[in-house]
Design a protein around this ligand. Sequence first.
Ligand code: IFG
Length: 524
Amino acid sequence: MKHTTLLLSAIAALLLAGCNAKTPVTTDLAKNNIIPKPVSVTAEGGSFVLTAKSDIHVMPGGPEELASIAGYLADKLNPSTGLGLEVVSDGKKPGRGDIMLMLSDDDAELGDEGYELVITDRLLTVTANKPAGLFHGIQTIRQLLPHEVEADTVQPGPWVIPTGTIRDWPSYGHRGEMQDVARHFFGPEDVKRFIDHLALYKMNVLHMHLSDDQGWRIEIKSWPNLTAHGAKTEVGGGEGGYFTQEEYSDIVKYAAERYITIIPEIDMPGHTNAALSSYPELNKGGKAPELYTGIKVGFSTLDTRSEITYKFVDDVVREIAALTPGKYFHIGGDESHSTKIEDYIYFVNRVQEIVTSHGKSVIGWDEIAHATLKPDAIVQYWARSANALKGISQGAKVLMSPCTYAYTDMKYDSTSIFGLSWAAYIEVDRAYSWDPDTLVPGISRENIIGVEAPLWAETISTFREAEYLIFPRLPGYAEIGWTPAALRSWDEYRERLASHGRRMQIMDINFYRSPLVDWETTEE
Ligand code: IFG
């Protein structure tokens, strides 16, 4: 009888372990699956263990936000580890199993966003010049712990991190995604989940495409019909929606707490049917068009020779700029096929003055290079490299969003459920395998501020559908923005990405299971 019981309990233990599929515990820090790949990793071969006695210490006398960053980490670790980590900021000496957040101001190599992790068998110390660097170091801690750390219920330990040192910093200062909330409206909770995804992969910009032909998505108090009327629908005729200024400010704050800057875009003079439908006086001839629920582009234009247009633009830019701490205001400028080129140039030149008068710098899609660009204007390269080169010839910098590599609304292949395909099919390997510094002859490192992957929303109407398009490509764009090209290769990256399959499963991210990756997932 005794032997049978023993045998049965052994089998039960094995089955239990199997169904948890615990991430194997390694003591080799170099065998990590961190995305973006860190710049340098030195393994020591030991183990740091989080226990019920562990806490998160912040250096005494540091800025208040250190405690907020420590609290963010505790909120990420406690639900799954059940260890009840607390933030200690009273200067008490950290002990075995504690995490320590430190600011230094003399580690120039790390820059403003880099960090150093020193992991011994006693202490895990994160050091950075700025809080943003600590925040990025915390994302690495999350990824060094077993995937189960992302669960929202208590998981069995142990919670082990291999010992060693990681020194890490980003390649580009602008690493972002664009979310189109105009074609289909995505509310505050969806945008915040998007921000959470960006934070995990150390991205630092969310560009919000707030207006288009199909919808105006942000309250403008001086022009209330933009949302009272212009937000009433969306592609396909759904109910549309919009952000109140309070909701927009809450999103800006949520992003800032994750060291992510919001860049608002009001697309003009084209892509303006929703605004034109909201105010007859904005239309040449004074007749407002109907709201539009299709997916054509290039048919609308503001009246570039009417003074009320510039009053409108000034009010809109003023109200949004006042709610936006970030440096940039995006004026769109794409696909203005119904605007004569001389009228387009006149318009873009005047709107640049308006944006700078409200203390912001201009970003626009690459067509704005036809105008006379302000010295610190940014040209977002998406379709025509000639436009980007024209911008560079005027001294502008370039934000790289090539539609044939970085448009996350492109189908993965012809079988994809969602997405378009006019630019290219973009499988996970293609999305990863390009180098912004060498992609376009004439656009080189010193011209580029960074990379951004736009998610246009003609074909998606829920955030789970959005996740199908952004995952698993988003981690790759994050790595292109962060990790030097010399350290990037698809064959090596795809192994690390495979392990994130389990992590994305645990986080309930609806990711496309590309056949190009041997996903480490458990049966559904
Ligand atoms: N181009 C349009 C977008 C969107 C996109 C869909 C830009 C800058 C095609 N403009 O990309 O509004 O419709 O893939």
